[in-house]
Design a protein around this ligand. Structure first.
Ligand code: GLN
Length: 432
């Protein structure tokens, strides 16, 4: 069978192709010369499947889409505290090149605006690194997100450096306020170099999917940044990624996103996919016109809005049966689904509301795909309390969704691979 997804993506591109509104960025001469008709889309799932349509072979400079990834590297290399001290996480509501500083601390309001991004660039790598070593760290780091070696487009770099008056002004003010320690000229060059890395639309989808996948590369499975870093970056993208259009974007499209002035746009839907589009004509906020349309369409068609999530669990208790055995009855309560807080709460409530006569209770996790940290702790507490009430508790957990269960003080549990394992256990006990 041929997958219908590329056809869907082709259709989506066709539906926006005729829109020629907006214009490529002209403050960077090299970008002004870009072919405005280029149009591409790529989707990468968190298990590495990729779908593309349009001009996916075209390389363009990453520009501001580098910001979330370099922010991730700074967080990974220096830790949250050191980075937050220098760059805050509040949406500015201003354009990307505004000098939006926290009035009390003078730190840039967030890492997605230029002032914040110039600062996070200076925080990537080890503190003792010079600009060249830091650049290597950034190229290595962004290449790890993409899963292939990226390189700088020197023409774009030179072109932007020739006209980077505004970013130089920002860097000078950052230096004057003690936010960066570096020579402002060096800081702007380093930041501009990061923006000049060449990528394809597909690279960007893979990079976004790495964030959506909790920092693990979707194709190679290599860990790129920690889950905590990925969460932080996605949160900042959700609140600040679209600059002064961030609120409008979040309500209409509803995915953490980042745009760049070369016409790229990425969205990362946590736990599902990374998506990217490329179309160089921009609106007045500096966001790709057709990219925005495409994303709005994807949200509507693919149900991607972050605030519209199906219930995490319908019925967690799949069945509750008493199994009769010569050595005594056992009550088997089977659970199902991907358990998070609300699912574990159902289990908890089930045992609170029910008085169980049987001495032996088995919790069967055969149909449970995953148990997150809070749900694991809640289930173990259920086990502990049932043990304290005098029950003998078994956990049937063939896939070890709860590895090494420890119900804590006063609790005890016997872990079994399957329900059948109960029988020999009975027999052995009866013989003892
Ligand atoms: N290099 C560009 C700048 O600093 C990036 C801006 C963007 O993509 N929004 O102006």
């Amino acid at each position: 069978m041929r997958s219908p997804i590329p056809d869907y993506l082709d259709g989506a591109l066709q539906s926006v192709a005729a829109d020629e509104s907006g214009a490529p960025a002209d403050y960077i001469p090299e970008l002004a010369g870009a072919d405005p008709d280029r149009l591409a889309v790529a989707v990468c799932t968190i298990d590495g499947a990729r779908y593309t349509a349009g001009d996916v072979g075209v390389e363009f400079s990453i520009q501001s889409i580098s910001k979330p990834f370099v922010y991730a590297l700074a967080l990974a290399d220096r830790g949250f505290e050191a980075v937050l001290e220098k760059v805050w996480v509040e949406p500015s509501g201003d354009a990307f090149n505004e000098l939006s500083l926290d009035p009390e601390t003078s730190r840039p309001l967030n890492p997605m605006i230029n002032a914040g991004a110039i600062t996070t660039n200076s925080l990537a790598g080890a503190p003792e690194m010079d600009a060249a070593a830091r650049h290597e760290r950034i190229v290595d780091g962004l290449s790890a997100f993409a899963g292939r070696r990226l390189s700088v487009d020197d023409a774009v770099f030179e072109s932007e450096m020739n006209t980077a008056y505004r970013n130089r002004a920002l860097a000078n003010l950052l230096r004057a306020n003690g936010i960066i320690d570096e020579d402002p000229i060096v800081a702007v060059a380093a930041y501009t170099r990061q923006c000049s890395l060449s990528v394809t639309t597909e690279d960007l989808a893979v990079m976004a999917a790495t964030l959506a996948n909790g920092g693990v590369h979707p194709v190679s499975g290599a860990p790129v940044v920690s889950r905590a870093v990925a969460r932080q970056v996605l949160s900042v993208m959700a609140t600040c990624g679209m600059y002064d259009g961030a609120g409008d974007w979040m309500t209409r499209v509803g995915v953490p996103a980042k745009s760049g002035v070369s016409g790229g746009l990425i969205g990362a839907l946590p736990g599902q996919v990374g998506i990217s589009t490329f179309s160089p004509r921009l609106d007045r906020h500096g966001n790709s016109v057709r990219g925005l349309d495409l994303f709005e369409r994807f949200t509507a068609d693919m149900g991607m809005h972050l605030m519209e999530v199906p219930p995490a669990t319908t019925t967690v208790i799949r069945s509750d049966r008493v199994h009769h055995a010569p050595a005594g009855d056992v009550r088997v309560v089977s659970l199902q689904g991907a358990l998070q807080f609300s699912g574990a709460e159902q289990v908890l409530r089930y045992f609170v509301d029910k008085t169980i006569e049987e001495h032996r209770i088995a919790l069967a996790l055969v149909r449970v795909q995953s148990v997150n940290d809070v749900a694991r702790r809640m289930l173990l507490e259920v086990i502990r309390r049932l043990s304290l009430e005098g029950h003998e508790v078994f956990l049937i957990d063939p896939d070890q969704v709860i590895p090494d269960p420890d119900p804590g003080t006063g609790g005890s549990v016997v872990v079994l691979h399957s329900l059948q394992d109960l029988l020999p256990l009975w027999r052995r006990r009866a013989a003892e």
